[in-house]
Design a protein around this ligand. Structure first.
Ligand SMILES: [Zn+2]
Length: 369
């Protein structure tokens, strides 16, 4: 395992046309999706390498094209003196989805799949029944590059317009009991890395939901489950905009993770006050509460609130302003509100918020059958 040895070959690291140079920041590109009109989309790659060996830390953003705040975070991290103090190497890809970035859409226009469910891993559909899509092919190449070089990985996202910044850590799943001890060790290391970053954190959905949603094929999900890298996703508040306070906090968080990984020697920086879970219990990400009726929402809870079971998240009215049903949508469990759905419309069966629920399931589990 490369993860703990700190024995990176300082001169040997390349991603696409970008090759590391000790003590320098270098710029290049990884060829992306070939375009029918000629040429190919390209992923900009930046490598910042210190003069002494150490871990290789991959950092990416914008796989969802309308989630833009992570680009500024990565640009700001790359100040000119970072390599003077760095032990090891940063591999940075500011936009994993340039087509989505240009068109301001979550998905690239040439592939309808969620790009963050296209990485290698157990496929729900039988891979003999269809060809990999263009984005799956790109993700597979990117993944190979990560497999060769990465020791740690963070991918930057954004959530709904009204949402708090937070981190998401996946459960570590294992196929065979003989893998369990290593999975426990990986989970502990991941916990420490998430804590070093400093945002409030939730565990991912239940293992069964995780597989059903193909989150094991996300960037960081695949890195964790397939490559066994400490890897997690960060949510930087609203999509579409680059929120200054979240961007500034994330830059501090990344430098503090680099200190935890012994890539920087300087003292930890203080994190500005951030929304935190109401207590130390583990919480998992979930959606809810759900509306059973159609109507117009008037939210009565805000991101960061802790709404006890039965508390009101929104009032529900018809377009004339009259109450629909009981006139309220309430939590069914104690809920840490991490984000509200965009807009004000409710449809039967639609979740109206994103929440953190107290989670008693283990963070290391066998793959669900
Ligand atoms: Zn995202």
């Amino acid at each position: 395992m490369r993860a703990n040895c700190g024995c990176v070959r300082l001169n040997a690291l390349s991603v696409g046309t970008c090759s590391a140079v000790p003590g320098a920041i270098t710029y290049g590109a990884l060829e992306g999706v070939p375009l029918p009109t000629g040429g190919a989309d390209m992923l900009a790659v930046i490598i910042a390498q210190g003069r002494t060996s150490g871990p290789v830390f991959w950092l990416t953003a914008n796989i969802h094209g309308d989630e833009v705040a992570g680009i500024a975070v990565l640009h700001r991290l790359l100040n000119s003196d970072i390599v003077d103090h760095l032990r090891g190497t940063l591999v940075i890809i500011p936009s994993l989805n340039p087509a989505g970035l240009r068109t301001h859409r979550r998905h690239p226009y040439y592939d309808d799949r969620d790009p963050n469910r296209t990485f290698p891993g157990v496929r729900k559909d039988d891979d003999r029944l269809r060809e990999p899509t263009v984005f799956e092919r790109l993700s597979a190449r990117l993944f190979e590059s990560m497999k060769e070089t990465a020791d740690y990985y963070i991918d930057l996202h954004c959530a709904s317009i009204l949402s708090i910044p937070f981190s998401i850590r996946d459960r570590v799943l294992y196929h065979d009991e003989s893998e369990r001890a290593a999975a426990e060790a990986l989970s502990a290391r991941l916990d420490a890395m998430v804590k070093a970053f400093g945002f409030g954190a939730v565990a991912e959905y239940t293992a069964a939901q995780y597989i059903a949603k193909e989150l094991h094929r996300s960037t960081t999900g695949a890195a964790l489950q397939e490559l066994r890298l400490p890897a997690f996703a960060v949510e930087l508040g609203s999509h579409t905009v680059s929120d200054e306070s979240n961007v500034a906090a994330a830059v501090i968080g990344l430098r503090n993770v680099m200190r935890w990984a012994e890539m920087l020697d300087s003292p930890n920086e203080a994190m500005p006050p951030l929304p935190m879970p109401p207590d130390a219990r583990t919480r998992r990400r979930d959606d809810g509460p759900y509306s059973s009726l159609a109507g117009v929402l008037d939210y009565r809870a805000a991101p960061g609130d802790y709404v006890l079971s039965g508390g009101v998240v929104a009032e529900l009215r018809d377009i004339w302003g009259r109450p629909v049903g009981e006139g309220t949508i309430r939590t069914t469990e104690d809920s840490w509100i991490i984000g509200l759905e965009d807009g004000v419309l409710a449809y039967p069966g639609a979740a109206i918020a994103h929440i953190g629920l107290v989670d008693e399931a283990p963070l290391v589990e066998p793959w669900p059958r």
